[in-house]
Design a protein around this ligand. Sequence first.
Ligand SMILES: Cc1cc2nc3c(=O)[nH]c(=O)nc-3n(C[C@H](O)[C@H](O)[C@H](O)COP(=O)(O)OP(=O)(O)OC[C@H]3O[C@@H](n4cnc5c(N)ncnc54)[C@H](O)[C@@H]3O)c2cc1C
Length: 454
Amino acid sequence: MQDHVTPRRVVILGGGFAGLFAARALRRSPVAVTVVDRRAHHLFQPLLYQCASGILSEGQIAQPLRTVLRRHHNVSCLLAEATDVDVEARLVHARRPDGGAVELPYDDLIVGVGMRQSYFGHDEFAAHAPGMKTLNDALDIRRRIYQAFEMAETAADARERQQWLTFALVGGGPTGVELAGQIREIAGHTLDREFRTIDSAHARVLLFEGADEVLGAFGRPLAHRAARTLRSLGVELHLGTKVTDVDAHGLTVQDQDGATTRFEARTVLWTAGVEAPPIAAALARATGATQDRAGRIVVEPDLTVPGHPEIRITGDVMSLNKLPGLAEVAMQSGAYAGRVVRHAVEGRTKQPKPFRYWDLGSAAYISRGRAVVKAGPLHLSGAIGWLVWLFIHLAFLTGFRSRLGAVLSWSVAFATSSRRERAFTLSDAGADAGRGEGAPAGPAPVQKAPPPPP
Ligand SMILES: Cc1cc2nc3c(=O)[nH]c(=O)nc-3n(C[C@H](O)[C@H](O)[C@H](O)COP(=O)(O)OP(=O)(O)OC[C@H]3O[C@@H](n4cnc5c(N)ncnc54)[C@H](O)[C@@H]3O)c2cc1C
């Protein structure tokens, strides 16, 4: 007779790197796993900027979670946003996209909800300076970049044209650096000879960073090399600056002496700072856990929440020994959490060893053929750095089709400077682009059509 014992229920919040690796570690366990995510896809965030700049399509960096986990017969996926946790009843409260409430009972809870963009208390900046954390963000940025050149082509006067041809990036970490390099490449190569009234190569790219170097996490020698490469590409670096205001026409920054300067730029992109999503605060309230300044949950060495051996925090949202927010940390901590649950199910009574992170290094792409890589004592830059970057990203890109497609797209982009993924649709705000805030209602002023091509 068949035994109808209910399998142990494992709920995983988040289908990012941490959640995915936790689910994979439980593949052969007699447990019932539910992966809850407010998006239906697993996103390869490290390549978001390539989607934003038109090299890769959204399908090449995002795979349906169901597809990724289709061979994991003990895993089901649920499209819903976790809103709260009842730790007494061991229930996750979630909301489906249609607003319907869902309750998910668990025996083990693994949390891997990642982090979201932070505007350091200035959420009003978000309307003018999108961050880059989601697929929507990347598509919005792609639209803003390519639309800016279109708007410059038909600008009313030289000042407006220059505003459209000025791109400001806030944050000198890998994402800001990667985007800055991409926009200079688009301006100088991809759009070469496509416009009739503007010279796209004259586009200015300004990069603002609060510290006195970009890519500080890579150490001084690589940071210097990255700054040199960026300057050679024409990126204007404004180091030691703090952004104090952003609006539809530009931004104001303050330098270390307190002097403020206004820069006119119709495209401002924000890549500085992260904060935990609201579910982290809800969980901290429910468990009494401590959060760090960015809202990450402070965990024990075995990734559990103090006093709650059934709840483990993984990935970016976990605070442990100042581990950085890197894909590799998320993968290893997710896999560890899954493994510990598997061992418990298998009846292993030995106390799990504390989580140990194996630092495999980090990499940032600057421009075609140029990247920086730091892996232990190994510090690489230039073409060799780029080859290593290529290998790492191919190795981790999820799914065979994504890998093959990425190789083809990179080959085309590398050989010809062209970008296949440049299509964008106008948002409601986009349809009004150029009118700016506070402009009078009614039809936009009629402008002269650009002169016919010679
Ligand atoms: C633009 C960019 C570039 C990066 N480049 C690199 C790089 O080059 N190298 C590197 O190592 N790292 C890089 N990172 C960092 C890396 O992507 C993260 O460290 C990693 O994605 C963290 O994985 P995670 O699973 O913790 O979170 P995420 O990958 O962010 O996944 C979290 C998941 O949780 C879901 N979620 C959030 N809240 C809820 C909720 N309440 N209910 C249900 N689901 C929820 C989200 O939808 C998401 O799918 C980059 C990040 C960004 C944004």
